[in-house]
Design a binder for this molecule. Structure first.
Ligand code: ATP
Length: 235
């Protein structure tokens, strides 16, 4: 479904990704892990069209989407849950969701809102609350619900558990399990590396902008030597 082929992405003189290749097949949950500054967010933002790679290509469903406009990518079936959520804090939960669904037909939008209130009971109870008043866990669920409003075939999640209390981390991981059970394809960047890899079909370890190891989630999660040498260290 997604083929990222040897992309190099730069911020001015800083090369954040070097020749990185990642693929995601339909129905898979793929985890990207690695230390701070490894290039994980850069990778997701390049796929989502927020950054344009200097070299390499991104293909989605066989079509070249390298450097395509983010809005076009949402229409093509790709949605990003960005790091730090980036909600409209002055708008209510419902308004955030309606805004995200404004390009879909009215009956589809209604269906998606119903699905959101079923999948996220916490949000149903806060439907008319401004997003700025939500707790971290609630806001993260709203960010995921918002991305689902376009019914994406590929969901990109950037650090969905960042800054959450342990019980809320559990809520978000349970949610990933449920989305996977629904057949949703996901590419997830996660700081809870071992836990994400245990859940993932496959994983990639990034370091200093390069893919240094790839394998099944179980293989990578079990490789403690690998983790000791990367996680918690500078890139
Ligand atoms: P973290 O877990 O800390 O978010 P990450 O693996 O997501 O790290 P990126 O945020 O992709 O890493 O950053 C990769 C490299 O690019 C780092 O060296 C970072 O300092 C640099 N970088 C990221 N954003 C910018 C920017 N806007 N301008 C310049 N350099 C940047």
């Amino acid at each position: 479904m997604l083929e990222v082929d040897r992309i190099t992405t730069r911020y001015g003189a800083i090369t954040a990704l070097h020749d990185a290749s990642v693929s995601v097949n339909a129905g898979e949950l793929v985890a990207i892990v690695g230390p701070n500054g490894a290039g994980k967010t850069t990778l997701l933002n390049t796929v989502a069209g927020l950054l344009r790679p200097a070299t390499g290509s991104v293909r989605f469903d066989g079509n070249d989407i390298t450097g395509a406009e983010p809005a076009r990518l949402v229409r093509a079936g790709l949605a990003l849950v960005p790091e730090h959520r980036r909600l409209f804090n002055d708008l209510t939960v419902e308004e955030n969701l309606r805004l995200a669904g404004c390009t879909t037909k009215a009956h589809e939008r209604r269906q998606r809102l119903d699905e959101a209130s079923e999948l996220f009971p916490v949000l149903r109870d806060k439907w008319t609350t401004s997003a700025g008043y939500l707790s971290g866990g609630e806001a993260q669920q709203l960010a995921i619900a918002r991305a689902l409003m376009s019914n994406p075939r590929l969901l990109l999640l950037d650090e969905p558990t960042l800054g959450l209390a342990p019980t809320l981390v559990d809520v978000v991981f349970d949610l990933l399990v449920r989305l996977r059970e629904q057949g949703r394809t996901m590419l997830v960047v996660e700081q809870n590396a071992t836990r994400a890899l245990r859940l993932a079909d496959r994983g990639y370890l990034l370091r200093s902008g390069r893919v240094v190891t790839t394998g099944t989630g179980a293989e990578l999660a079990a490789d403690s030597g690998l983790f000791d040498s990367f996680i918690g260290t500078a890139s």
